[in-house]
Design a protein around this ligand. Structure first.
Ligand code: FDA
Length: 399
């Protein structure tokens, strides 16, 4: 089969790969994106409930998990949310801030994919979809050769932008991790992140009837805390607060919930005792959280007839014990829903073996890793796309 020569081959037509290809193409490089799915940007399409939370204006390195928290700094500093917003505005895509700096398309994620493809076209980037890679060779002259279902491709630079393992039905594969290992790179342990947690045994029984109930909580684990909504599902718990903390949790870790976020639980109980001494505890709780949740909390975690006692009957010690249940509620999760529903994959190609400025391998010149395949994982809220854009741009301008 004929051999097509390029300056750079990009494996993966997702957020990072397209961004890298655009930046390199704009510099006059001949770039080919190899995507095995039948269309590019499938995760962009499904993101943000179809409206793509494409960045977060408050992005800082502190919003990322990585064995080396400094690694992401250079790329994030050189390609900021405002650079991406400039592109979005240039393409006249309407957007809005939902909350906490999270920017979403007004209409559809399709517009972001369209924008990236238009930019690819303008930059002369070739995009091959439904193109599977059969082998990767690294010749003595330093060039990389891909044998693909669309023919043989060759270039002095190979950019791995094949993403993580989450949502296999959308084209996710372990290709990038396997390739990294083959070229001598370390891959730090992989696990599902931004993922619902599962409960089992009595912990599941306690929550089972509450499926569908949502309430604000502060979820705390391993020194991190997130205040947002928790949603009880039929398998366990989800919602933004839980997805966020799931990235910091591993089986066996202590996970606590503050069920009265923003309040000091003991002060709150004392205040209600002073102001409404004749009101039952259950009624007081119902005003702070959904009725079904308050009821269950009373039935299981506040034993005896306490829930029906008027506030005036509680001793200071009993109020303290109740405050502990409300502010430091132990949640015993059994696991996560795994890659089937996870938004991201934690871990990945060890950043210690990559240049933080260019994303190039320190082991194999001409080999680059960008996006989710790298051990950099963002919080929920547009941070993961911002990393994809920034790391893609870093490689695309360095190739
Ligand atoms: P990405 O997964 O986007 O792209 C990798 C590409 O490589 C895919 O197109 C894949 O098909 C291709 N590929 C894989 N193996 C290959 C092979 N062997 N050969 C050729 N191609 C191959 N983030 C955010 O910031 N805001 C949000 O709103 C959301 N929402 C969201 C919702 C859902 C349901 C999920 C699963 C994820 C999100 N995310 C998100 C996370 C975000 O989608 C993710 O972090 C980025 O897409 C990562 O970009 P990459 O380009 O690294 O991988």
């Amino acid at each position: 089969m004929a051999l097509a020569d390029f300056d750079a081959l990009v494996v993966g037509g997702g957020a990072a790969g397209l961004m890298c290809a655009i930046a390199a193409g704009q510099r006059g490089l001949r770039v080919c994106v190899v995507e095995h799915a039948n269309r590019v940007g499938k995760k962009i399409l499904m993101s943000g409930g179809g409206r793509c939370n494409f960045t977060n204006t408050g992005t800082t390195p502190a919003n990322y998990l990585s064995a080396n928290p400094h690694f992401c700094k250079s790329a994030l500093a050189r390609y900021t949310p405002w650079h991406f917003i400039e592109m979005v505005e240039r393409h006249r895509i309407a957007f809005h801030e939902k909350e906490l700096g999270q920017l979403f398309c007004d209409e559809s994620s399709k517009l972001i994919v369209r924008m990236l493809l238009d930019e690819c076209e303008a930059a002369g980037v070739r995009v091959e979809t439904s193109c599977s890679i059969e082998s990767v060779e690294h010749a003595d002259d330093g060039r990389f050769a891909l044998k693909t279902s669309h023919g043989r491709l060759r270039a002095p630079a190979l950019v791995v932008a094949s993403g993580g393992l989450s949502i296999p039905s959308m084209g996710a594969s372990g290709f990038g991790y396997d390739l990294a290992r083959r070229f001598g790179h370390s891959v730090l342990p992989l696990r599902a992140g931004l993922v619902p947690l599962t409960l089992s045994g009595k912990h599941q029984d306690h929550m089972a009837e509450l499926s569908g109930v949502a309430l604000p909580v502060t979820a705390r684990c391993n020194g991190q805390a997130f205040t947002h909504t928790m949603l009880v599902t039929h398998r366990g718990i989800s919602g933004p607060a839980i997805l966020q903390i799931s990235s910091y949790w591993q089986p066996g870790d202590d996970l606590r919930l503050d069920l009265l976020p923003g309040e000091d639980a003991l002060d709150w109980l004392r205040r209600h005792q002073a102001e409404r001494p004749a009101t039952e505890l259950k009624t007081v709780l119902t005003e702070a959280m959904p009725k079904r949740f308050a009821q269950r909390l009373c039935d299981i975690w506040l034993p005896g007839d306490r829930a029906h006692r008027p506030m005036r009957q509680f001793t200071p010690a009993q109020l303290q014990a109740m405050a502990r249940v409300l502010s430091d509620f132990p949640l015993v999760a059994s696991g996560t829903e795994g890659y089937r529903t996870a938004e991201v994959t934690l871990g990945g190609v060890d950043t210690g073996e990559l240049s933080s400025r260019t994303m190039e391998s320190r082991l194999i010149p001409g080999l680059y890793f960008i996006g989710e395949v790298v051990d950099v994982t963002g919080w929920l809220g547009g941070y993961n796309f911002q990393w994809a854009w920034a790391s893609g741009q870093a490689a695309g301008t360095a190739l």
